[in-house]
Design a protein around this ligand. Structure first.
Ligand code: FAD
Length: 349
């Protein structure tokens, strides 16, 4: 059982910033995310795109924003359960909640903050008969650890950035990379398309287009796939088949937690973004209220107010007096201390 003060479901920008705001109040956080890496939409959908409306950053790449948020929260030692989807929630007699993931990991906290964005990202799976029997036995929809593919034969299918980027990356890791796409043209970034063509000419990537993977075979583990190319059908021996057809977000199991839902989002009270169930908050893109804007900076604001109420639930009767970080500095959970500059302290005192 993983125990924490605030259990955050969703490690997107809102969830990551909650770690920092909670840390200032000496509250510990643990984050669950269905994706194998933190950052939510920023890292999964547009890591290399510049964002222009983060206060204080005239321009920041979405991937860099994620890294900065992780760096800012690191001192408060958050825990992570990645690659697992929060599935069920049970209220305990002591008022705390137990959240269990699809892989059976249990987490307990007095406060749950749902920062689930558009929902958990589920891979779009190809319609191949029996493919579900090979999941985690050679069929992977996400690449968590590329080292797993070292010196193995890999077939990737898809025509977007993920398929192209991983084909390029694995060309130096796997013993054989075959990229299969149902069209001759790829949808990904032009420089990635050019790089894949270059690697094909160098013999480091095999490319089969226009074609589709229509069968998966093997006893205990994937041993081969069937490719259909026009009227032709043939098998390719491989150790792994990685379909990368994108992700579709689904509110998923959270939709069955008894929360008030409106248009696929969780209704909250704008005082502190608490849901209809006391102790469960919803912040960031996942919530809805009058005037809601699905913007990163709104998620940051909601996380900040939510932490104030979480503090009161976790420390009943204790008063918290808001202090500027320029005055109080920051005491990291790791024992580190960032001092407030004296001149600022004197000016304010
Ligand atoms: P998300 O980033 O969606 O993260 C939610 C996380 O929760 C996901 O990682 C998901 O896997 C996880 N999750 C959900 N349910 C579960 C579950 N049951 N179990 C485990 N994990 C779960 N916003 C701006 O402010 N400025 C911009 O310029 C901007 N540009 C954008 C460009 C694009 C192309 C896109 C797609 C969005 C853009 N946005 C922009 C919107 C911005 O990305 C979102 O507002 C922001 O990501 C919301 O953050 P979040 O943390 O609330 O949710």
């Amino acid at each position: 059982m993983i125990k924490t003060d605030i259990l955050i479901i969703g490690a997107g920008p809102t969830g990551l910033f909650t770690v920092f705001e909670a840390g200032l109040l000496k509250l510990k956080c643990h984050l669950i995310d269905a994706l194998p890496q933190p950052g939510g939409q920023c890292s999964e959908l547009y890591p290399k795109k510049p964002i222009y409306d983060i206060p204080g950053f005239p321009e920041v790449l979405a991937g860099d924003l994620t890294n900065n948020l992780l760096e800012q929260g690191k001192q408060f030692e958050p825990g992570f359960t990645l690659g697992e989807r929060a599935e069920t929630i049970e209220k305990q007699e002591d008022g705390s909640f137990i959240v269990t993931t699809n892989k059976g990991t249990k987490h307990q906290a007095p406060v749950v903050a749902i920062a689930g964005g558009l929902g958990s990202f589920e891979p779009r799976k190809p319609l191949i008969e029996g493919i579900e029997n090979y999941e985690e036995k050679g069929v992977d929809y996400f690449i968590k650890d590329p080292e797993k593919f070292r010196n193995k034969r890999v077939v990737i299918s898809g025509g977007g950035d993920s398929a192209l980027d991983w084909s390029i990356f694995l060309a130096d890791v796997a013993s054989e990379v075959t990229l299969i796409h149902r069209r001759n043209e790829f949808r990904g970034a032009l420089d990635s398309v050019e790089k894949v063509q270059e690697l094909k000419l160098l013999g480091k990537i095999n490319m089969v287009t226009p074609a589709e993977v229509t069968g998966v075979h093997g006893k205990e583990h994937v041993e081969a796939i069937t490719v259909t190319k026009g009227d032709e059908q043939f098998n390719i021996e491989t150790d792994y088949f990685i379909p990368l057809f994108g992700l579709s977000p689904k509110l998923g199991p959270i939709g069955n937690w008894g929360l008030e839902i409106e248009k696929n989002a969780i209704k909250v009270d704008t005082v502190d973004y608490q849901t209809n169930i006391p102790g469960i908050f919803a912040i960031g893109d996942v919530n809805t209220y009058e005037g809601k804007l699905k913007l990163i900076l709104c998620g940051f604001h909601e996380a900040t107010l939510m932490c104030q109420s979480a503090y009161k639930i976790i420390n009943p009767g204790k008063k918290y007096v808001l202090k500027y970080t320029t005055v109080s500095g920051i005491d990291g959970f790791d024992g580190s201390r960032k001092e407030a500059p004296k001149a600022v302290v004197q000016a304010i005192v």
